[in-house]
Design a protein around this ligand. Structure first.
Ligand code: HEM
Ligand code: MTE
Length: 467
């Protein structure tokens, strides 16, 4: 019996385009699926996410593949096996502060490896209303701390005359468990479109710095009340500190107004579960803050300390970042103290399918995307244009019902439209409206700002049409 040809991981990885052929692996087996890509029932673009590497992380997300007929189909494309030494787990350098960061899903588009910042590709982002944990966008400023759930303690500083608390995870489980579906969006989502107007400082997020999960935990108001805090008359802020810190020992920190923290209807959580699982390490294990309707930066992960202060957090990320400015303000003239820190975010929407630059067939087009607004404001409509904004169609919104003033999660939307015969290209545009009738600005230039935050202009995608 002949032994099958052996390949290295590098050889497999060099086969990920139509020119080289498209290879994938499952276990130690190697497959050339070039001919199958166009036939894939889940669409070519999804299969291509796994091109040049292992199928397991993708098939774990889409368990529909876990059936005999799928394995039989794949077997027809087998061309050989991986060399045995290529199955060994990768080695890590120990001096590297990021060496103990967790493993990540290969579908994530990485904007920075250290610290880890990554977003799901658009065609996976709107595949599910609830974003699967492995592809939820990740925004880290520092290495991921490695916390032991048995010795973990959350410090809640009490008021004068009150009582400070040092809560174990078990203590936290004793508070009533509250669950809420919340969309988290980074202030820098869609920054790459601002960069096209003029350079900005920041990571090049595309449309994926946004994701949705079902979070569960104790309500912050219940925990603060136990420590003796009350909603006092004077202005106050709840400050959060993470257990991730830089080499000088400075921790990530942020704050929210006490009024929001103490309002049971605002549903601010000390979350220990994400989609029914303990929080993944990248998303704050074992406890993070979830502040529905508010910018991601305030959802402090790896939470270590909570205190009530007369002033906002003195953290760099509260005072020297995550603020909006006029387009004419530059790094020489910026006065960070002159602008409020971002809390609630403005109305946002984006197209996830088709992709910019894609070629589609004439006849019919399906446009998909998401829409969300901050502060619990509900998305009431998404308008989609195929002709650059001359004429508009109302998209179909998913049927997820949300209580009034507490629309904490996004709406996914879709539009099915016919493409007029002879049309060579489409300029697809989307814009959403919330229940305060806030709308998105039509272009990016007038909202450009030096840090590239709050990028929420009409989203535009250009596609070619073949007849
Ligand atoms: C569906 C094969 C890679 C996402 C399917 C089905 C088959 C298949 C046979 C239909 C299953 C059924 O309905 O019983 C394959 C093969 C792959 C591959 C042979 C690799 C060579 C991928 C990857 C992804 C993916 C990498 C995601 C990133 C999907 C999805 C569906 C699907 C979402 C469901 C489509 C629907 O509900 O209409 N695939 N697949 N597939 N596949 Fe794959
Ligand atoms: N909390 C800590 N401790 N450290 C961080 O770097 N990043 C913040 C916030 N909480 C951060 C943090 C920012 S800017 C965002 S957008 C969200 O976490 C991202 O949460 P995610 O990685 O779970 O998507």
């Amino acid at each position: 019996q002949e032994s099958p040809p052996l390949y290295t991981k590098e050889e497999v990885y060099s086969h990920r385009s139509p020119e080289t052929g498209i290879w994938v692996t499952l276990g130690s087996e190697v497959f050339d699926v070039t001919e199958f890509v166009e036939l894939h029932p889940g669409g070519p673009s999804k299969l291509m996410l796994a091109a040049g590497g292992p199928l397991e992380p993708f098939w774990a997300l889409y368990a529909i593949h876990n059936q005999p007929h799928v394995y039989e189909l794949l077997a027809q494309y087998k061309i050989g096996e991986l060399k045995p030494e290529d199955s060994a787990p990768p080695t890590l350098e120990t001096s590297d502060p990021y060496a103990h960061d967790p493993m990540r899903h290969p579908a994530l588009k990485v904007n920075s490896q250290r610290p880890f910042n990554a977003e799901p590709p658009p065609e996976l982002l709107t595949e599910n209303y609830i974003t699967p944990n492995p592809i939820f966008f990740t925004r880290n400023h520092l290495p991921v701390p490695n916390l032991d759930p048995d010795t973990y303690r959350l410090h809640i500083v009490g008021p004068p005359g009150g009582q400070s608390l040092s809560l174990s995870l078990c203590d936290l489980y004793m508070f009533p468990k509250h669950e809420v579906t919340v969309t988290l969006q980074c202030a820098g989502n869609r920054r790459s479109e601002m960069t096209q107007v003029k350079e900005v400082r920041g990571l090049e997020w595309r449309t994926g710095a946004i994701s949705t999960a079902r979070w569960a935990g104790a309500r912050l108001c219940d925990v603060l009340a136990q420590a003796g805090h009350q909603l006092s008359e004077k202005e106050a802020h709840v400050c959060f500190e993470g257990l991730d810190s830089d080499p000088t020992g400075t921790a990530y920190g942020a704050s929210i107004p006490l009024a929001r923290a103490m309002d049971p209807e605002a549903e601010v959580l000390l979350a220990y579960e994400m989609n029914g699982q303990p929080l993944p390490r990248d998303h704050g294990f074992p406890v993070r803050v979830v502040v529905p309707g508010v910018v991601g930066a305030r959802h402090v992960k790896w939470l270590g300390r909570v205190s009530v202060e007369p002033e906002e957090s003195y953290s760099h990320w509260q005072r020297r970042d995550y603020k909006g400015f006029s387009p004419s303000v530059d790094w020489d003239t910026v006065d960070f103290d002159s602008a409020p820190s971002i809390q609630e975010l403005p109305i946002q929407s984006a197209i996830t399918e088709p992709r910019d630059g894609e070629t589609i067939e004439s006849g019919e087009v399906i446009v998909k995307g998401y829409a969300w607004s901050g502060g619990g404001r509900a998305v009431i409509r998404v308008d989609v244009s195929l002709d650059g904004g001359l004429t508009w169609h109302a998209a179909d919104l998913d049927a997820e019902k949300q209580p009034p003033r507490k629309a904490w999660a996004w709406r996914l939307w879709q539009l099915q439209a016919s493409v007029p015969a002879g049309q060579k290209e489409l300029n697809i545009v989307c814009k959403a409206v919330d229940d305060s009738y806030n709308v998105q600005p039509d272009t990016v230039a007038p909202i450009w700002n030096l840090r590239g935050v709050l990028s929420n202009a009409w989203h535009r995608v250009h596609v070619h049409v073949t007849s």
